[in-house]
Design a protein around this ligand. Structure first.
Ligand code: ADP
Length: 323
């Protein structure tokens, strides 16, 4: 291979820029030409390409978001769209593609690889940490640090005013952000999509806390909790316990932004480098991940068909140590 392309797709994640930088510099080090594709798969269709040089990626390691921009591209689910994408890659003389994104992006990447035998490598970038084949995804560490910083601040008001705060964090299908931040901030309860939420149980827990003279608290709610988000849960609790002072804070998109943490920069740098070396070694149709501090490769299809599960013991630990 002589010429490789890269794109960022799906939800942005802090550390994507560090991955872009590592890919470009590793490519150049190995005498490859590197092409950046803007706006994910939709840029691939519109031939929105830029030649990447070493200085194209100067001073971006510390920046959140993605300099290549990201976009959703619904039509990529259609075969004729992917045929167009493949034709564009060929026309631009591109020999391989690196896709930085989440499981949705990997579905598209996998189809491109299987349908046309085109070399594609995935790099896991999502704050949700819900991708099989890597211990952590790029962006997760930064996001959880943003959350605990916010929760620490909310706790000051909770304690000063004897309020129970329901703090909603991201995680539509996965409770990793909620579980980690709950343990780290000493939250009184954690509600996750993976565990059935029992409103009665939360209420009796709150009453028990009050009897122990604990009148404030933080309850972390993953947005994908099956009983509803924080607003809905707070409403249901208030119905049962009208005398309790409750508030809702939805952290929202602050969780996706910000300068990547040291861990995310290192992970992104190692995986970016690992993606390019994988292509040089002839690997394709795989995602590069990190497991037990080693670079590992997993077939793209496994990354979205299998699922990393949260450790249910951790929920118990979280309860025990916040009593
Ligand atoms: P993420 O990669 O963060 O999970 P999305 O699920 O939005 O984000 O997916 C990003 C893009 O990947 C979509 O806009 C689409 O272009 C492509 N994609 C997602 N699912 C598929 C699929 N089943 N087949 C083909 N392409 C897909």
């Amino acid at each position: 291979i002589k010429r490789i392309a890269l794109l960022t797709s799906g939800g942005d994640a802090p550390g994507m820029n560090a991955a872009i930088r590592a890919i470009v510099r590793t490519g150049i080090y190995n005498n490859l030409e590197v092409v950046g594709i803007k706006n994910g798969f939709s840029g691939l269709l519109k031939k929105d390409f830029v030649e990447m040089k070493s200085n194209s990626v100067s001073k971006i390691i510390s920046r959140g978001g993605t300099i290549l921009k990201s976009a959703r591209c619904k039509e990529f689910k259609l075969k004729e769209t992917r045929e167009k994408a493949f034709a564009n890659l060929r026309e631009m003389g591109i020999d391989a593609l690196i896709v930085n994104g989440g499981d949705g992006s990997f579905r598209g990447a996998d189809l491109l690889s299987k349908e046309f035998g085109f070399p594609v490598i995935g790099i896991p970038c999502t704050i949700d940490n819900d991708i099989y084949g890597t211990d952590f995804t790029i962006g997760f560490d930064t996001a959880i640090n943003t959350v605990i910083e916010a929760v620490d601040k909310i706790r000051d008001t909770a304690e000063s005013h004897n309020i129970i705060f329901f703090v909603e964090v991201m995680g539509r299908d996965s409770g990793f952000i909620a579980l980690y931040t709950s343990i780290a901030s000493g939250a009184e309860a954690t509600l996750l999509p993976e565990v059935k939420t029992d409103i009665k149980q939360i209420c009796s827990y709150m009453e028990q806390e009050r009897r122990a003279n604990k009148t404030s608290g933080i309850i972390i709610v993953a947005e994908g909790d099956k009983e509803g988000g924080a607003t809905e849960i707070a409403r249901k609790v208030k119905e049962q316990l009208p005398e309790y002072e409750t508030r809702v804070t939805i952290l929202g998109h602050i969780q996706r932004g910000g300068n990547p943490s040291c861990k995310d920069r290192v992970l992104a740098s190692i995986l970016g480098h690992g993606a390019v070396t994988a292509l040089l070694e002839g690997k394709q149709g795989v995602m590069v991940g990190m497991a037990h501090n080693r670079t590992v490769y997993t077939p793209l299809e496994e990354t979205y068909l299998k699922h990393d599960q949260i450790d249910h013991n951790w929920i118990e630990v979280s309860k025990i140590i916040s009593l």
